[in-house]
Design a protein around this ligand. Structure first.
Ligand code: APR
Ligand code: PHB
Length: 390
């Protein structure tokens, strides 16, 4: 088989890239290691920047988002019981975010791709990029016991943090920057009405908590837990009791409990690979970077990578100019590092770092006091939260 762009990974990055290329008449095949159902089973964050909404519109996948997405004009920071609303729209000249689960974004992209009949090969085994530094880039894979090869002009590594693409690059050719955080997030999904109309990020001496949602009838809640904790240690009752203890009292009183639909612990990590291009191979999304979820940037950063990469590939095929793909890595990394900074800063301000000492704890309090007393400080948070320009 031959295609113009072979995309490895059918998560949000790969699917969005495939859809934008298809809209521009560029042929792309997606190879995905898991089944479509498995991809849809993964529960991820759900705050969309306006840039991602616009890309989904361009990809022809925004109808349900516009019907079901919740437009949020602000969110709350709570610090040991004190709450401070960050008025996103007032502070950013009217901008907002949309709350809409990543699973739904993925589903909409899958449906759109199926509707135009482009090729996605699920449960592809041993996907391996070859000769991306040479003149004959191709990707091999095994399906139903038979090995296949796809010849292509370019390979897009959209296969996430644990994918094969980044691992295929020679060690000396890639730099990796990483910080692992000494705690995780225990997340719970339940069909109960959210405790608050807007998201609440809560700093508390017992640990961080986040009250989020998927709709007006489905809530997504998180609490910071030690990395040694296991999901089995946390019954639903124990989760809700701890969750409530970390929220301002008036919010805690409104928490409705119910059986968990999903419960999982995720570690927190900051990670960036540099550069993002290796000959005919490009890295995008979680294959290139990871952010702690505190800033809700994971999906949105994947989207800006895809914006830069799709624009460069469209320019290449339409105008024969390699400028866009030559600049992809530096353009994407400029925005990646700013989102990494914001995510690291939000994580550092809101979580308990027991080994960091009293001075660090006072710095967290000072950050909160500064934000609540300075429009400039609040604007800094707001402009990053709604998304810096592409
Ligand atoms: N071959 C083929 N597919 C692979 C391989 C492989 N060797 N390794 C991983 N994959 C697939 C995974 O099964 C997954 O479906 O690549 C896809 C990568 O998707 P994500 O991990 O979701 O990464 P991305 O598409 O970049 O989306 C980033 O997802 O994980 C969240 O927080 C993250 O919101 C961010 C978003
Ligand atoms: C979520 O709803 O899953 C969510 C929202 C905001 C975040 C992280 C996760 O910062």
């Amino acid at each position: 088989m031959r295609t113009q762009v072979c995309i490895i990974g059918a998560g949000p990055s790969g699917l969005l890239l495939g859809q934008l290329l298809a809209k521009a008449g560029i042929d792309a095949v997606i190879l995905e290691a898991r089944s479509a159902d498995y991809v849809l089973s993964r529960i991820r964050a759900g705050v969309l920047e306006t840039g991602l909404v616009e890309l989904l519109e361009r990809a022809g996948c925004s109808d349900r988002l516009k019907k079901e997405g919740l437009v949020h004009h602000g969110f709350c920071l709570a610090f040991d019981g004190r709450a401070q609303r960050i008025n996103l729209s007032d502070l950013t000249g009217g901008r907002s975010v949309v709350v809409y689960g990543q699973t739904e974004v993925t589903r909409d992209l899958m449906d759109a791709r199926a509707a135009i009949g482009t090729v996605t090969i699920y449960e592809a085994e041993d996907v391996t990029p070859h000769d991306f530094d040479g003149s004959r880039p191709r990707v091999s894979y095994r399906k139903d016991g038979i090995t296949h090869e796809i010849e292509c002009d370019f390979i897009a590594g959209c296969d996430g943090f644990h994918g094969v693409s980044r691992r295929s690059v020679a060690g000396a050719a890639i730099a990796q920057f990483e910080r692992a955080y000494p705690f995780g997030w225990l997340g719970l999904l339940a069909d109960v009405p959210p405790a608050s109309e807007e998201l609440i990020y809560a700093h508390h001496e017992r640990g961080f908590a986040l009250a989020s949602m998927r709709s007006t009838t489905r809530s997504r809640y998180y609490i910071q837990v030690p990395l040694t904790n296991r999901v089995e240690d946390w019954s639903d009752d124990r989760f809700f009791d701890e969750f409530r203890r970390r929220l301002p009292e008036d919010v805690a009183e409104r928490v409705v409990t119910g059986p968990s639909l999903e419960k999982s612990i995720a570690p927190l990590r900051s990670f960036v690979a540099e550069p993002l291009r290796f000959g005919k191979l490009f890295l995008a999304g979680d294959a290139a970077h990871i952010v702690p979820p505190t800033g809700a940037k994971g999906l949105n950063l994947a989207a800006s990578d895809v914006h830069y990469l799709s624009s460069g590939l469209i320019e290449y095929y339409r105008e024969g100019s390699a400028g866009g793909i030559d600049n992809y890595s530096s353009r994407a990394l400029a925005r990646i590092w700013k989102a990494e900074r914001f995510s690291w800063w939000m994580t550092s301000m809101l979580h308990q770092f027991h080994e960091a000492g009293d001075f660090a704890a006072r710095m967290q309090l000072a950050e909160f006091d500064y934000i609540t007393s300075s429009t400039a400080a609040a604007t800094t948070i707001a402009e990053n939260y709604v998304g810096l320009p592409f």
